[in-house]
Design a binder for this molecule. Structure first.
Ligand code: XIL
Length: 328
C-alpha cells in the first residue's frame, strides 16, 4: 500500500540524507508553478546551492561578493531544518567573466583563492554542513586537470583549499566532488590516487562526492560496480555521497517506458548506495523544468528528476519511496 508518509519522513527514518539542488532562479522563474521551495522542504531533508555559490555568480568583480542568491538558498535550508551542502569553492568552470582575462601572478591567485575560501566558507560557518570544496580537479584520463589553479600552484592548491576551508569552518564536512567516477575506471583511479595522497599529507578531507549524472542510463554504471567503488573509497576512511544525480537517455535510444526504467535505476542506485555505507543521495534539481539538461545537451532526454513539470511525483519518486518503506 502506498505510504502516507513523505519521502522526507522515510529518508529520516532510514538515516538517509536525501537532497536536491535548487537555483535561486527557481524562486523567481516559476512563480506560477507550485512552489519549488514547498516541494523541496516537504520531500527532501537536504539542499545543495545549485549555482549560487560558484565563483561566477558570487564574484561580480575581484573585490566584491554578491551573496544575495546564496543567502536565499542557505537560509531556506536552515529555516526548514535541511542539511545544507555548499557547492563549490574551487572549480575551473563558471568563473566570473573577468577571471580568465585577469593577468595575475601565481602569488596573487593564491591570495585571491585564500581570501575567497575564508570569506565564503567563513560566512556560512554556522549554516553550511557540507562543502564541495574542490570540484572536478581530475581529467578524464585520471591525470590532474590543468586548470588555472593547478597551473599556478600545482597539486598543492587542493591541500590549501581544504586547509583554508577547515580553518574557518572546522565543523563542516569537506568533500572532493567529481563526475564520471561512479564506478572503477581510469578517472576514478586517478581520483582515488589523489585522495590517497591528500590523506597521506594530512589534508582535512572527509569525503568524496560521486556526481552520478547518469546520461544514457542503460549503459551507465550498474549498481554492483557502484557498490564496489564506494567500498574502496570507504576503505580509505572517506565518506561517500551521491551528489548530483540525474537520469537521462540517448534520444536515439529511449527505452519504451523510460520513466519506469528511470524509476528502477534510481531505486537500484539508492539501494547500492545504502547497502555499501553511502548515506547521502542528492538529485540535481527538484523538478524536470528546472533541470540543467533542458539546455545542456540536446542529444539526451531532459526529464531526469523525481518530479515532473507540475511538481507531480514521477515513478522514480514512488520507486525510491517504496525502497525506503521496505527498509524502515
Ligand atoms: C551546472 C548547472 O546546473 C547549470 O545551471 C550551469 O549552467 C552549469 O553547471 N557538475 C557540477 C555542477 O558540479 O555544478 C554542474 O551544474 C553540473 C555538472
Amino acid at each position: 500500500m502506498a505510504s502516507e508518509k513523505t519521502l522526507r519522513q522515510l529518508a529520516d527514518e532510514n538515516d538517509l540524507t536525501l537532497g536536491a539542488s535548487i537555483t535561486a532562479d527557481a524562486f523567481r522563474k516559476y512563480p506560477d508553478d507550485p512552489d519549488v521551495a514547498q516541494t523541496l522542504t516537504r520531500e527532501f531533508n537536504a539542499v545543495t546551492t545549485g549555482n549560487a555559490l560558484k565563483m561566477g555568480p558570487l564574484r561580480p568583480d575581484r573585490n566584491t561578493y554578491d551573496f544575495e542568491d546564496a543567502d536565499a538558498i542557505v537560509n531556506l535550508g536552515v529555516a526548514n531544518d535541511l542539511l545544507v551542502r555548499g557547492h563549490t569553492l574551487v572549480w575551473h568552470n563558471q568563473t566570473p567573466g573577468w577571471f580568465y582575462p585577469w593577468d595575475y601572478t601565481d602569488d596573487q591567485l593564491r591570495t585571491f583563492l585564500r581570501d575567497h575560501i575564508h570569506t565564503v566558507a567563513g560566512r556560512y560557518r554556522e549554516k553550511v554542513d557540507v562543502w564541495d570544496v574542490v570540484n572536478e580537479a581530475v581529467a578524464d584520463d585520471g591525470t590532474m586537470r590543468e586548470t588555472a589553479w593547478y597551473d599556478a600552484m600545482g597539486e598543492e592548491y587542493i591541500d590549501l583549499a581544504f586547509q583554508w576551508a577547515n580553518e574557518v569552518a572546522p565543523e563542516a564536512d569537506l568533500f572532493y566532488n567529481d563526475y564520471g567516477i561512479d564506478e572503477i575506471n581510469e578517472k576514478a583511479d586517478g581520483v582515488y590516487a589523489l585522495l590517497e595522497r591528500l590523506i597521506d599529507r594530512g589534508v582535512p578531507i572527509d569525503g568524496v562526492g560521486l556526481q552520478m549524472h547518469a546520461f544514457r542510463a542503460q549503459e551507465y554504471v550498474d549498481p554492483e560496480a557502484l557498490g564496489e567503488n564506494i567500498r574502496r573509497f570507504k576503505d580509505l576512511g572517506l565518506d561517500v555521497h551521491v551528489t548530483e544525480m540525474d537520469v537521462a537517455y540517448d534520444r536515439e535510444n529511449v527505452p519504451e517506458n523510460h520513466l519506469e526504467h528511470q524509476a528502477q535505476y534510481y531505486r537500484d542506485i539508492l539501494e547500492a548506495c545504502l547497502d555499501n555505507g553511502c548515506d547521502t543521495l542528492v538529485t540535481w534539481g527538484v523538478h524536470d523544468t528546472a533541470s540543467w539538461l533542458r539546455n545542456y545537451d540536446q542529444t539526451i532526454t531532459d526529464d531526469p528528476l523525481l518530479f515532473d513539470e507540475d511538481f507531480d511525483p514521477k515513478p522514480a519518486y514512488f520507486a525510491i519511496k517504496d525502497l525506503l518503506e521496505s527498509r524502515v
